[in-house]
Design a protein around this ligand. Sequence first.
Ligand code: ATP
Length: 438
Amino acid sequence: MPEADPQLFDKIVNLSKRRGFVFQSAEIYGGFRSTYDYGPLGVLLLRNVKDAWWRNMVQMRHDVVGLDASILSPPQVWEASGHLSNFSDPLVDCTNCNARHRLDKLDDPNVCPTCDTTGSFTEAREFNLMFKTNAGPVTETAAEVYLRPETAQGMFINFANVLNTSRKKPPFGIAQIGKSFRNEITPGNFVFRTREFEQMEMEFFVPPEEASQWYDYWCQERMNWYLDLGMSPEMIRLRPHDDDELSHYSSATSDVEYLFPWGWDELEGIANRGDFDLTQHANASGEKLDYFDQTSGERYTPHVIEPAAGATRTAMAFLMAAYDEETVGDDTRTVLRLDHRLAPYKVAVLPLSKKETLTPTAHEVFDSIKGRWIADYDETQSIGKRYARQDEIGTPYCITVDFETIDDRAVTVRERDSREQDRVSLDQLEGYLAERLG
Ligand code: ATP
């Protein structure tokens, strides 16, 4: 059985800061708790995670189309969706130390984990997680609006728009990637639970009798996505919800879970939501949100299968899955064994020295690569230190331009995982990389 590695947590947080993946937000002002900024490498990693999802869920399929809906929306949306009345977590206050906790996430519901006091909690009250603000210049008359706590409602309220314009018919899906906001009671575990985060969600609309078969299909598909991008099968599992965990409208839900340093926790939820969402919005808006099947002459409200993943949370899980320490001689080398598709930089161009004789050729190499692969260019420090840095940020290939390059028009290409080196002539370089990076 695989075991959680509690030490990995600090290593990832430190690496993230040291190498520029993730910074504490507003750090120069003391930091804004539980919000994070993605630095030069983090923004590339996060984008690669989202691109890999989009490619798999939209580009490679003819039955899913994309959407980018607004973040602000009026209360009617959230009234119909049930979020205004139900999107809450049970909150308890500790009367001893004033800490606030989410009751359903406590190891022991009677013990405050902040001060270890037993029986110090107030009665639980439901705390709504949505951020509310005002749209319009004058607060008193401005309309109340909400920041979306999930991207999914954008797909439901645009169901008819997409159906009428895309020439799709059930079974078909609408996919969206974007920011969501939840006023979490206890954010934490670095970017795992934050108040502002990114989601990757898809609503798949199907004829009611096909729902359970599509649910099984999407559970499998989604597991395959994580495995294909390099997560090891022992570190990831699909956990079906118990009956008491299911929302009232869902006949089946499973979570994709990863073995984080603190134990198994959720990356994604896949739910069979029945016709709940379309029916709610149809009733509340008075619009028809159903489908007329011309072949059978039947009108029905499609059922929905929803794979809902977190982009920011998943990016961190990929970092953790890729992190490795390897003994090389007397040293330990840290290497991020990221799948090439996720690696922030695919290639690093490293002139052996900063001497002017090497610069033009090194620039020439960088220029020949940059259009096709995101590349780093680094000319300071010893070559050993520069290799170590590239290993630590997961760059699959380092290209060293040395003094012989000027004469033989060839460079040394070093592979990250094996540390093996090949001498490759400049006119073969693109083909060499293309074979390996795609
Ligand atoms: P949890 O039980 O952890 O609060 P949830 O079951 O409410 O999460 P969903 O509503 O199913 O989460 O959201 C889908 C996905 O969005 C989650 O699996 C997760 O990856 C991501 N997500 C949800 N809340 C957060 C958050 N506060 N910070 C980062 N990612 C989040």
